[in-house]
Design a protein around this ligand. Structure first.
Ligand code: NDP
Length: 335
C-alpha cells in the first residue's frame, strides 16, 4: 500500500514537509476483518487538530503514524460473513491506498441510492453535522434569521439549504464572489457576504435589520467578530468549528475575551459547542430526511476532487485556506 504519514508537527501553518509518503505491506485480513482498497478519501479540517500535540477531544496522530481519515473503499477480501468482496463500505483507515478494518467498524453503502462519494460529504459526517447543529443545538425555528460561516463548504452547504427549507432567513458568509454567487443561486441562501470584504461587519448590519437569531459557527476570526454584535437577545450560537484559528498564525489577532463575554451576558446568548460523534443516534433520522432530498436532486452539493493519494497533502493545505469549493475529496482509486 501507499500511505501518507505525519512526518513532523507543524510549527505555525502546516506545510508539505509535515507529511511523508511511504509504502507498506498490508497483512491479510484475519477473522472478522476486511481487506480494503480505497476509492475516495475525505479531507476534513479536524485533521489539522490531530497534527498537533496536547489535550483535545481526540488523541493526536503520532509522528510516523498514518494520517487519520474516513474513506469509501471496495472490499477486496472479507473474513466477516456480513460482507463479500466487491462491497463498497465506509471505513476509517486513513490516508492509504489499502488497509484492514474490522467488519464491525465498516458500514456498507448502497451505490444505487446515491454516488458513494456522498457518504463522505452531503450524506456523511459533514451533512450529519449540519443536521445536528440546526436541529439539536440551535433548535432553529421558522422565521428566524440564521448566519452560516464557510457557507458553501461541506457542512455549511447542507446547513444553509436545510435551514432555508425549514423557513428561516439564511445569510451565508464565504470567501470570494464566485462562492457567494453559488451560495445564493444554488444553495438558496437569501444573501451571501464575502468575509474578505473589509466592510463585512457594516454589510452584515445593513442586511440583518431584524438581527441574528442563530449563528452556525464554523470559522471564528473576522466572521465571528462581524456576527456577534448582530446577535439578538436570547440568540443561539452552535460552535461547530473555528477553521480561521486552526493554525497558530490565525491566532495572532483574536478578539479579546471581555467584550465577547459581555455580549453573551447582555444578549443572554446560549452558546454551545458540539461534536457530531456524540450524536451517532441521529445518523438515521438525518439519512431519512436528507437521503431522499439528495436522491431527488432537491439538495445541491459540490465536490472538489484531487487526483491520487499523493495529491492529498496539498489539497488538504489548500482546503484550510478556502481552496476547496464544496466537499474536498481525493480520488485514490478507480470506482
Ligand atoms: P469546508 O468544506 O467548509 O472547508 C473549510 C472552509 O473554511 C474553506 O473552504 C474556507 O471557505 C473556510 N475558511 C478557511 N479559513 C477561513 C478564514 N480565515 N475565514 C473564513 N473562512 C475560512 O470544511 P467542512 O465543511 O468540512 O468544515 C466546516 C467547519 O465545521 C470546520 O470548522 C470544521 O472543523 C467543522 N466541523 C465540525 C464538526 C463537529 O463535529 N463539531 C464536524 C465536521 C466539521 P471560504 O472559501 O468560504 O472562506
Amino acid at each position: 500500500a501507499t500511505r501518507i504519514v505525519l512526518a513532523s508537527r507543524p510549527k505555525g501553518d502546516a506545510t508539505l514537509d509535515d507529511f511523508r509518503t511511504e509504502t507498506a505491506q498490508i497483512p491479510a485480513p484475519e477473522d472478522g476483518e476486511l481487506g480494503l482498497r480505497t476509492i475516495w478519501l475525505s479531507l476534513d479540517p479536524y485533521m489539522r487538530g490531530r497534527m498537533n500535540d496536547g489535550p483535545s477531544y481526540a488523541a493526536a496522530t503520532e509522528i510516523g503514524e498514518v494520517m487519520t481519515g474516513e474513506v469509501v473503499a471496495e472490499v477486496t477480501e472479507s473474513r466477516d460473513p456480513r460482507f463479500v468482496a466487491g462491497d463498497i463500505v465506509l471505513a476509517r483507515i486513513g490516508w492509504t491506498t489499502h488497509g484492514i478494518v474490522r467488519g464491525a467498524e465498516a458500514r456498507k453503502l448502497d451505490p444505487d441510492l446515491a454516488p458513494v462519494s456522498t457518504a463522505l460529504g452531503v450524506l456523511g459526517m459533514p451533512g450529519q453535522t449540519a443536521w445536528v447543529g440546526l436541529n439539536e443545538i440551535l433548535k432553529m425555528q421558522r422565521g428566524e434569521t440564521l448566519v452560516v460561516g464557510a457557507a458553501t463548504g461541506a457542512v455549511g452547504g447542507v446547513a444553509g439549504q436545510l435551514a432555508k427549507r425549514a423557513g428561516l432567513k439564511t445569510v451565508g458568509i464565504a470567501g470570494g464572489s464566485e462562492k457567494c454567487a453559488y451560495a445564493v443561486e444554488n444553495l438558496g441562501y437569501d444573501v451571501c457576504l464575502d468575509h474578505r470584504d473589509p466592510d463585512l461587519a457594516q454589510e452584515l448590519e445593513a442586511l440583518t435589520p431584524q438581527g441574528v437569531d442563530c449563528y452556525f459557527e464554523n470559522v471564528g476570526g473576522k466572521v465571528l467578530e462581524a456576527v456577534l454584535p448582530r446577535m439578538n437577545q436570547d440568540g443561539r450560537i452552535a460552535i461547530c468549528g473555528m477553521v480561521a484559528w486552526y493554525s497558530p498564525e490565525g491566532l495572532q489577532d483574536p478578539p479579546t475575551l471581555p467584550p465577547v463575554w459581555r455580549t453573551i451576558l447582555t444578549k443572554r446568548l446560549r452558546v454551545q459547542g458540539f461534536l457530531v460523534f456524540d450524536h451517532a443516534d441521529k445518523l438515521q433520522p438525518f439519512l431519512d430526511e436528507v437521503g431522499p432530498l439528495v436522491g431527488g436532486g432537491d439538495l445541491h452539493y459540490r465536490e472538489s476532487v484531487a487526483e491520487g493519494l499523493e495529491a492529498a497533502p496539498q489539497a488538504f493545505l489548500d482546503m484550510l485556506k478556502g481552496g476547496n469549493f464544496g466537499k474536498q475529496l481525493v480520488r485514490v482509486g478507480a470506482d
